[in-house]
Design a protein around this ligand. Structure first.
Ligand SMILES: NC(=O)c1ccc[n+]([C@@H]2O[C@H](COP(=O)([O-])OP(=O)(O)OC[C@H]3O[C@@H](n4cnc5c(N)ncnc54)[C@H](OP(=O)(O)O)[C@@H]3O)[C@@H](O)[C@H]2O)c1
Length: 289
């Protein structure tokens, strides 16, 4: 298939390009195709004539979104609207990636696709608006909500923890926000695996790796794995703290665990545990040292 991948230099975009070796890829980031530019998206898609567009472009800076509302909505709402329109004109599907932060975190237990959304911050609201645009403008769509994305490139929690773990002996990490860490590599693997079967299964799905944890539990796993692979760390004490002890501009959901049964049963796939992906990401980061 001919894939048009937007946001190709981000965490997910990089992994998609890396793994999509069986496909012809047109991989673009904002320097080549700014998805907020309606005319550019329309002209680029008409010229490229892809079989599918995979939108990995997004404004992902959750706290900065609070102070940059217009910019966050331009990328996360208007961008997907332009891509959805282009797909509809070409008669091809759009695979769009969304977030667990469309939920308010109040549910006991994992969120399912039909649960009511109620984002707490600008980032979540802009992504929710993007989902609505995709549904409205392009019937042939998959909206894949994911969470806590990490990889060996870009900015993410794993890289931040490893940096802090080298610099500091003591660290406090929030232990009352629950979710599912998800490697960009696994996201990309699953997206490419379901590509041939997506016809007729349009709609919204949750795609996150088992098992749920909190940020403190994830940090513990990161340090354990780094030590197991021989990384030198200064960190000796990892304290569990409350969200109220770590104020941020954006409020985050207390529980954003996504239930992924719909995706697994519809497409007959099994999502790997994030701990397996973490081993690979730490190994890749060690090679970069
Ligand atoms: N990261 C997470 O923890 C997380 C959690 C849940 C859901 N998600 C969703 O998962 C998807 C992939 O996230 P990710 O972590 O791979 O994101 P990422 O690493 O931040 O990559 C996003 C890419 O989009 C590019 N971009 C920004 N504005 C653009 C524009 N106007 N036109 C074209 N490209 C633009 C960015 O370029 P610049 O870097 O130059 O801005 C970057 O290369 C997104 O839809 C995100 O909302 C992410």
């Amino acid at each position: 298939m001919k894939l048009l991948i937007t946001g190709a230099k981000g965490q997910l975009g990089t992994e998609l390009v890396r793994q999509a070796t069986e496909h012809a890829c047109i991989a673009v980031d904002c320097d080549e195709l700014d998805i907020t530019d309606a005319g550019a998206v329309s002209a680029f898609a008409a010229e490229a004539k892809p079989d599918v567009i995979i939108n990995a472009a997004a404004w992902t800076a959750v706290d900065r979104a609070e102070e940059n509302i217009g910019a966050a909505f331009a990328v996360n709402r208007d961008g997907p609207a332009h891509l959805a329109g282009a797909c509809a004109r070409l008669g091809v599907p759009l695979i769009h990636v969304s977030t667990d932060y469309v939920f308010d975190g109040s549910k006991q237990g994992a969120w399912v696709e039909d649960d009511p959304i109620a984002p707490l911050g600008v980032y979540g609201a802009s992504k929710a608006a993007g989902e609505a645009m995709v549904r409205e403008h392009c019937p042939q769509h998959l909206i894949l909500r994911t969470s806590w994305v990490f990889s060996a490139h870009g900015n993410n929690f794993v890289k931040t923890m490893l940096r802090l773990g080298r610099e500091r002996e003591q660290l406090g990490v929030v232990a009352d926000q629950f979710g599912k860490p998800t490697a960009a590599s696994e996201l990309a693997r699953v997206i490419l695996a379901i590509l041939p079967d997506m016809g007729g299964h349009w709609g919204t799905y949750h795609l996150a790796q088992p098992e749920a944890t909190h940020w403190h539990g994830f940090a513990e796993a990161i340090f354990d794995e780094a030590r197991r692979q021989g990384m030198a760390l200064r960190i000796r004490q990892l304290d569990a703290i409350a969200t109220s002890d770590y104020p941020t501009l954006a409020q985050r959901p207390a529980n954003s665990e996504l239930l992924c049964k719909k995706l697994e049963s519809t497409f007959g796939i099994t999502i790997r545990p994030w701990r397996e992906s973490l081993v690979e990401v730490v190994a890749e980061l060690r090679q970069q040292d």
